[in-house]
Design a protein around this ligand. Structure first.
Ligand code: CDT
Length: 309
């Protein structure tokens, strides 16, 4: 029997600093209703989908930022989303900041069609900087606000598929996809907030869209998996962020892509058995991989030159 899953990517436009959780959840529910009309079974929202991207500001005392974090999921603000999704029989994946026993995580929670939590993924690759950098036009202080996950890249059996998650910067690292690929992943869900202006090297600004597609398309193809990338785009508190949410097939082809940088739903009917055409042939890992040749991948972090220069 064919394993088809209709997946939606609920791109968000900007969330400004003074937008309340209630304002945002109303938008999320609006996109959920559009998704229901299209027969979507799983809807994916962006990274930090409940608030503005607060790591763009620095605070001297981190407890001043506590209000940006959720302390439970669901909670009073998100319960309407959980209730409506359950009523409609739509599962979803939601990105938010979590404050848990003093630990600060950037997470995505996957919820099944009956409203039960399948799992929560914590972001592994935390980009940006730890300290205030006053010369920047805006901060990217994720390394101040979030701990890197010690849990790696688990996968879950859900929606009739093997499902994994990654968050924003994780999508730029091939190891992210491969660790899940080695667990038989068939669907990777990824929310992101990507400022168009990359402060350390502005020559990359014009390439943001290219790099976004490049990493997710190659990760999908090289691991024979569906990838769903969902942006919070547009000008948020003066910072322009990339849209270009997309759904990518195991062939590496983009099957749906957002056209705006605003709230926008895209969707695709995804044949999960398409994965096997790649994982059972060209990327039959068990047959063709040479892990004994890849020891450096886990043995070292930075470059250790092996020749002069
Ligand atoms: N949110 C996130 O991880 N954003 C980064 C921005 C670049 S690093 C400052 C990204 O990889 O898109």
């Amino acid at each position: 029997m064919a394993r088809n899953l209709t997946i939606g990517a609920a791109q968000l436009g900007p969330i400004q600093r003074d937008h309340t959780r209630a304002d945002v959840v109303e938008r999320l529910v609006g996109l959920l209703h559009q998704a229901a009309e299209r027969g979507v079974e799983l809807l994916v929202y962006p990274e930090l989908a409940l608030t503005t991207f607060f790591p763009r500001w620095f605070v001297d005392d981190i407890s001043e930022a506590d209000h940006w974090y959720e302390t439970a999921m669901p909670n009073a603000d998100t319960q309407p989303l959980f209730d409506e999704a359950k009523r409609l029989g739509i599962g979803f994946c939601l990105g938010y900041a979590l404050l848990d026993n003093g630990h600060r995580w950037n997470v995505q929670t996957l919820v099944d069609r009956s409203g039960s939590i399948v799992g929560t993924y914590k972001k592994v690759h935390i980009p940006g900087h730890e300290h205030h950098e006053p010369d920047r036009p805006f901060q990217h202080a994720e390394r101040y606000y979030f701990e890197p996950s010690p849990e790696g890249f688990p996968v879950w059996q859900a929606f009739g598929a093997v499902v994994g998650m990654m968050i924003c910067n994780d999508r730029r690292w091939p190891e992210t996809y491969r660790v899940m690929g080695l667990q038989g992943v068939e669907l990777i869900l990824c929310g992101y907030n990507t400022p168009v202006h990359y402060v350390p090297d502005p020559s990359q600004d014009a390439l943001q869209g290219f790099h976004n597609a490049l990493v997710m398309q190659s990760g999908a193809y090289q691991n024979g998996t569906w990838v769903v990338g969902v942006a919070k785009g547009g000008v948020e508190e003066g910072v322009d962020s990339l849209g270009q949410s997309c759904i990518i097939a195991p062939s590496g082809q983009i099957v749906a892509q957002a056209l705006s940088t605003d709230d926008e739903l895209i969707s695709a009917r995804c044949d999960l058995d398409w994965c096997k055409r790649y994982t059972g042939t060209l990327f039959d890992f068990d047959r063709y991989r040479r892990p004994e040749m890849y020891q450096r991948i886990t043995a070292q972090r930075g470059v250790e030159p092996t020749v002069g220069g």
